[in-house]
Design a protein. Structure first.
Length: 362
């Protein structure tokens, strides 16, 4: 595909007749309002390549845009293409023909934070599906070649799209400075929470508790290696975990994004423990009990995206140490976007994936 002529557009994936020469694109118009329209195939700028998008995950942050018309300080100011968890096939440039996972964050690379190894904190960062940069919910995208990571033969495109949330989970574990033999709790067992759980097991956690409001996610946590699982209902998860570990746990990973989860995290954490906040609250407010946090001497860290995690994430999946594709519970075509976002909003299953070259109902 494209090896002899790196500027050609491959044809090995099927194309519906109604968009042979166009780029079907999903644009968010406002909360709960999206349209699928034909647009031109983009022309890559210097340093960019043309990418045929094959798999896009719907992230919790995408749902903030879908449900609220924004996230944090950012608000919808124009029709926006969502989608930052994605993989695809390279059509131009030196990587033509390769299947790749895509780093969605374009950082400046020259500021002090970037130079010190913190590109996720770059003040000039641009992010796919956020603000001025359109994301990947379309068939074709032009993207910087330096942000593409080739996939091994045993890692599918769908799994490649999951490397972005796995990168967030890896970065969260890095921030925790987790030590062999420590105990942990995961509060919120969506895809990132379940990836954190798997990483904890590989990192040598002595005991892992997991909790979520949804029964099917509690069961998933048990499947992926939690030693103790409890439904998150009216604070009962705190009591049930403390019955198992009266002194609390060494490290708590909050991945639910709501006030109850953060309060539970503080209560569950042991004296001198650490709390990692990976969830994004719907009202952009983080609240937790100050008195008990001071009394316990807790270290609380907030997680912002990830750093240079794609090589490690790729190796973990390729080697079979972390399972990501089994987290995908739903797959839809672009034309079925209403069903996809409905399933994701209702938190059905685990990860919802859109496949731009998939036939409706396929």
């Amino acid at each position: 595909m494209g090896q002899e002529n790196p500027n050609s557009i491959g044809t090995d994936l099927p194309r519906p007749s109604w968009c042979d020469s166009k780029n079907p694109t999903l644009r968010l118009l406002g909360p709960g309002s999206m349209t699928l329209q034909e647009e031109e195939i983009p022309s890559p700028a210097p340093g960019e390549v043309l990418l045929r998008v094959t798999a896009v995950g719907i992230c919790g942050s995408d749902l903030h845009w879908w449900e609220e018309g924004g996230i944090g300080e950012s608000k919808l100011e124009r029709p926006l293409v969502l989608g930052h968890e994605f993989a695809g096939h390279v059509e131009t440039g030196r990587l033509a023909g390769a299947r790749v996972a895509v780093e969605p964050s374009i950082h400046c690379a020259v500021c002090d934070l970037c130079r010190r190894g913190h590109p996720n904190l770059c003040k000039s960062v641009r992010f796919a599906g956020h603000g001025e940069i359109d994301g990947a919910l379309r068939r074709w995208i032009a993207w910087p070649e330096s942000l593409l990571f080739p996939l091994p033969d045993n890692v599918s495109d769908a799994a490649g799209a999951m490397l972005e949330p796995l990168g967030v989970a890896l970065h969260t574990l890095d921030l925790a400075h987790f030590r062999l033999g420590e105990s942990a709790a995961v509060i919120g067992c969506g895809p990132i929470g379940l990836m954190i759980l798997q990483l904890l097991r590989r990192a040598g956690a002595s005991w892992i508790a997991a909790t979520d409001r949804l029964p099917h996610r509690v069961e998933a946590a048990r499947k992926y290696g939690a030693d103790f699982c409890s439904p998150a209902t009216k604070g009962e998860e705190v009591e049930s975990i403390l019955r198992q570990r009266s002194a609390g746990v060494d490290v708590v990973f909050e991945a639910a994004g709501d006030r109850q989860a953060l309060e539970a995290s503080v209560e569950i954490a042991a004296t001198g423990g650490r709390v990692l906040v990976a969830g994004i609250p719907p009202d952009d407010q983080i609240c937790f009990p100050a008195a008990v946090s001071r009394r316990k001497g807790l270290t609380v860290k907030l997680v912002r995206r990830m750093k240079h995690t794609y090589p490690r994430a790729t190796w973990l999946v390729s080697s079979g140490l972390v399972e990501v594709e089994s987290l995908i519970s739903h797959r839809f075509s672009l034309e079925e976007y209403d069903k996809a976002f409905a399933a994701a909003t209702r938190r059905e299953g685990l990860k919802v994936l859109l496949e731009p070259w998939r036939a409706p109902g396929g």
